[in-house]
Every structure is written in C-alpha cells, then in structure tokens.
Design a protein around this ligand. Structure first.
Ligand SMILES: [Zn+2]
Length: 104
C-alpha cells in the first residue's frame, strides 16, 4: 500500500472509531469508502508522484464519495498528528507540493 493509501486508511479508521464503531474495526460504510479510496489511489494517473487528493486536479472521486472522504479528512486531519505523527507530517509536506511540480 502506498503512503497516500495508508494515510487515507488511517484517517478513515480514526473517523469511524469516533462516529460509528467505537469498539474498533470499521463499519460497512467506511469499509466501503476505504476500498473505494484505495482503488482510486491505485488508478491515480499521477502515481507515486501524486499530490495529496485534496490538491489533485483530477478529482477522480465520485461526488458522493468525495463528500464522504472530505468529511473524514476534516475530522481526522487534525487528529492525525496525535495518532500517526509520521504519516501526518509527510502528508503535510506533500500537501504543500503543487500539482504542477510533480513531473520531476
Ligand atoms: Zn464508519
């Protein structure tokens, strides 16, 4: 799994744990969302050089999935620093990268 997929998976877990499945694990909706996000990331035309999804010019998510992932990120984004500092910092660094520089 690449870094973006791991970051998204970690965020969905944080969000679901807080909202749907306090006992741990994932509710079926979030399991769905995670599977969907993973498939989108796999097919991303930017590959390993991709910017984080919210900076991406392609917007490959379906509108309803995009809304769900945005809500997850809004909630889990700030909490990533506490739970997964390494992933969070690397995510922040990449989010400063603009789509136009990724060909390097
Ligand atoms: Zn959930």
């Amino acid at each position: 799994m690449n870094l973006e997929a791991r970051t998204v998976a970690a965020m969905i877990l944080i969000y679901c744990k807080a909202h749907h499945a306090p006992g741990g694990g994932l509710c079926p909706d979030c399991a769905d969302l995670m599977g969907y996000a993973g498939r989108r990331i796999e097919k991303c035309p930017f590959g390993a050089g991709k910017p984080v999804c919210n900076q991406c010019t392609v917007h490959c998510y379906k509108p309803d999935m995009r809304e769900r992932i945005r809500e997850v990120m809004r909630y889990a984004g700030p909490r990533m620093l506490a739970y997964h500092p390494v992933l969070a910092v690397r995510h922040l660094l990449r989010s400063r990268r603009k789509t136009s520089n990724i060909e390097r």
